[in-house]
Design a protein around this ligand. Structure first.
Ligand SMILES: [Ca+2]
Ligand SMILES: [Ca+2]
Length: 164
């Protein structure tokens, strides 16, 4: 959550918050410290602590679907829940967020300037050499043959697009 979402997205576009079912500031501090969390963690009002949930727990309780703690939710711009999962699945979460943000990309356009040229090749080379740390979207745009890997084969395809 910390690195894949909170640090990845502009905070004006995606707000990341954690909600914790404790009323102990010490417990909260320990959790934040142990997990190196920098996004805001909020209390669940009405929670008496322990494993008991509060108002948020009740609001997000899904009958016959286990405890809403811990669970990841994605709420869209209109306040509608678009994703709820009590197993961590970042790939799916990132997909949902990108869809909601209306992000789209052209395969091979790594710097998102709407053209495929030498600058994009340089970026792919840098990704392969591990000297450039791409976003998820840039990884997807770099994987031209869609084999979930970015390597020389993808460079060959970009070169072919440019030469065409
Ligand atoms: Ca480009
Ligand atoms: Ca590839």
């Amino acid at each position: 959550m910390e690195t894949s979402i909170w640090q990845e997205y502009n905070q004006e576009e995606v707000i990341t918050i954690g909600i914790i079912n404790t009323n102990s500031q010490n417990q909260l501090n320990t959790f934040v410290q142990e997990n190196s969390i920098t996004f805001p963690i909020l209390y669940d009002p009405g929670s008496p602590g322990g494993v008991q949930g509060g108002n948020t727990y009740n609001d997000y309780y899904m009958p016959n679907d286990g405890s809403p703690y811990p669970r990841d939710f994605i709420v869209d711009q209109d306040g509608i829940i678009q994703y709820a999962n009590n197993e961590i699945d970042f790939e799916w979460m990132l997909y949902v967020i990108d869809e909601l943000l209306g992000y789209d990309y052209i395969l091979g356009d790594i710097n998102f300037d709407s053209s495929i040229d030498i600058l994009d090749i340089v970026l792919i080379v840098n990704i392969i050499l591990d000297v450039f740390n791409p976003s998820e979207l840039q990884m997807s745009a770099s994987d031209l043959n869609q084999d979930q890997m970015v390597n020389i084969l993808d460079i060959v395809q970009v070169v072919n697009i440019i030469l065409d």
